[in-house]
Design a protein around this ligand. Structure first.
Ligand code: ATP
Length: 307
């Protein structure tokens, strides 16, 4: 399936935050990344969405210079990932590690700041990450969500143009996730480029300007949330019916699929009004239901193994 929407137009003079071309990476026989091209403009908030094993982490590791592609190239603000990191232009928020339990939240950020020649003040980073009020708390006493916001504060120290987050909210409760994303989103409005990998459709839907759907190491869709949803276009009409001429329904305008099973007809269509009108006027259909598709439908349609 090649349902690629290009949501970005560009000129050769644009300096991309990320410019990756023809990326391939295998582990033994597993083709973790199998031909990914990616251009991300400064200021975009991009979700990398895909099922387990789709290749999200492998791609992110290459963007961060943590692993080398077998084939292809990556530049970050025109530099190699390692150079961009050395210049403080890229930071990552990892899921685990990197914290010393016996320091306070403020001391942790101050220690990080001391590692950079040019660093933002610790207080500013704490404030942007929404944890200024817990500056004196020991890391060991922080919840998982607070520790993630601390990692976010540490990532802000170099004031990076690009922030990369790999499944940053795994294991957090609903409130922790909401607070975390509010802090990220408020900060990103000031122009920071953000790339995050996630399993959570609602996070991609709520917080990304652009969603890149990955499956088996390839990009299967790329666009705004609305554009991705439109790929699972149309609606489903269901009704109970005892006698139905299936071919007549299939011939109605906009109908993609008709299924008749156990006295129930299910019709996938772009024109639900026409189907509803036909069923109610020309058959004994009753208990009619119309549902529209959502991001989850698009996700399942585009990433299922049947494609
Ligand atoms: N170091 C490794 N050694 C062997 N296989 C690996 C390694 N890293 C990743 N893989 C394999 O590459 C494929 C892609 O994995 P990757 O972690 O990039 O996917 P993902 O989309 O991030 O998945 P998840 O959401 O589960 O983290 C999987 O089949 C995985 O088993």
């Amino acid at each position: 399936m090649s349902q690629l929407l290009t949501s970005t137009t560009s000129t050769a003079t644009d300096l991309y935050a990320v410019d990756a071309e023809g990326l391939y990476k295998s582990f033994g026989k597993a083709k973790a990344v199998n031909g990914i091209d990616l251009r991300i403009k400064p200021g975009e908030i991009v979700a990398f969405l895909g099922p387990n094993g789709a290749g999200k982490t492998t791609t992110i590791d290459m963007l961060l210079g943590l692993s080398k592609p077998d084939q292809g190239s990556v530049t970050v603000y025109g530099k190699s990932p390692r150079q961009a990191i050395a210049h403080g232009q890229v930071s990552a928020v990892m899921q685990t590690g990197g914290l010393l339990k016996d320091l306070t939240v403020r001391e942790t950020v101050e220690l990080t700041a001391s590692l950079f020649a040019e660093a933002r003040p610790a207080e500013e980073c704490l404030e942007r990450a929404g944890i200024k009020d817990i500056g004196d708390r020991l890391v060991v006493k922080c919840s998982g969500g607070q520790q993630q916001r601390l990692r976010f504060a540490m990532a802000l120290v170099s004031d990076p143009g690009l922030l990369i987050l790999d499944e940053p909210t795994t294991g957090m409760d609903v409130e922790g996730r909401r607070d975390f994303w509010n802090a990220i989103h408020t900060d990103a409005r000031r122009g920071r480029t953000v790339i995050f990998a996630t399993h959570y459709l609602d996070e991609a839907d709520a917080y990304a300007d652009r969603i890149i759907l990955v499956r088996r190491g390839q990009i299967v869709a790329d666009g705004t949330s609305a554009e991705i949803k439109a790929l699972a276009s149309g609606r489903t009409v269901k009704a109970s019916v005892s006698d139905l001429e299936q071919t007549a329904v299939a011939a109605l305008p906009g109908v993609d699929e008709v299924e008749l099973r156990a006295g129930m007809v299910t019709v996938h269509t772009k024109d639900s009004d026409a189907v509803a009108r036909y069923l109610l006027n020309h058959t004994d259909a009753h208990d009619l239901e119309i549902t529209s598709h959502n991001l989850e439908d698009a996700f399942l349609a585009l990433t299922s193994d049947e494609n």
